[in-house]
Ligand binder design. Sequence first.
Ligand code: AMP
Ligand code: TRP
Length: 335
Amino acid sequence: MTSSKRILSGVQPSGDLHLGNYLGAIKNFVSLQKEYECFFCVVDLHAITVWQDPEQLADKSRDVIASFIASGIDPKQNVLFLQSQVPQHTQLAWIFSCVARMGWLNRMTQFKDKAGKDKENVSVGLFSYPTLMAADILIYLATHVPVGEDQKQHLELTRDIAQKFNNDFKTDLFPIPEPLIFGEATRVMSLRDGTKKMSKSDLSDYSRIMLCDTNDEIIQKIKKAKTDPHPLPSNLQDLNKRPEALNLFSIFASLNNLSTEEVVQNYAGKEFSIFKNDLGELIVEKIGPIREEIKKLLADKAYLDNVLKDGKEKATIVADSVLKDVYDIIGFAKP
Ligand code: AMP
Ligand code: TRP
């Protein structure tokens, strides 16, 4: 019943995309599209687990779609769509919230990080978020899920849900999806603090490179990126003890499709400033053209809306048929 190699992944429209989203996820989507049947969605329902301005939400979703296409994802070969336009995701999410156990969700570290001390006051959706993510994946019977390192635990939960559903209902409907976490920058860190993840919600603009940053902004942000006073390391062991240097080296390696070790060899013993100059130029060379393409695409709203309409139709065909099977398996009365 399951297609042999199908991908689903999602990105939230909760802020402008940054280099972490690009290197941890989107760049990998681009390389996987040849080999897999791919569904890429903008997870706008996940975004509203925290407050989103209604005036901006639709535009932000279009920004993500434009970033996908500008990065090299072909909208004709792949299904690009908005999560909120395929209601079967939420229908399956409810069912999964009856399959997943409280104890499983209580272990989710992303919830603990996001809720912080305000646990009583955050939305119920922020807590049950991973059951919707499991539904996003399994409503397409996806077998593989490319994500950054931070999503690994949510993927494990998705696997647990698929397994429990299959066991409880004695079916093999759902595949047990595999995470695809690869590349040299699976967890890009803040430019201000090498121990914190680069994120859309960091208060400091200088903590991240945005896909829409100008060339000058990119160069400035890399110049100001936190470093340490030592010359550059000559082996991986030394690099691993220096979080800021490790982060910048991983970014360099990933953008150039090199291993981090090769970058260490090229810069061993040199000054940080030389490396930072080269890194700034490299980011400009790789991200600059994507930024320009995003601008062009955003100027053509009708084109983007057409991509989304097409994506919604294709996604709905699969999602509807899988949901019907699920309803049947659970034993709901037929309409
Ligand atoms: P989000 O912006 O949280 O919707 O994330 C979209 C995708 O980008 C997911 O696959 C994340 O794992 C990935 N991602 C987000 N932040 C980072 C980061 N700092 N480093 C690597 N991947 C990331
Ligand atoms: N939770 C993911 C994130 O914050 C986004 C996401 C939602 C997702 N649904 C998904 C990723 C399904 C992969 C597959 O990054």
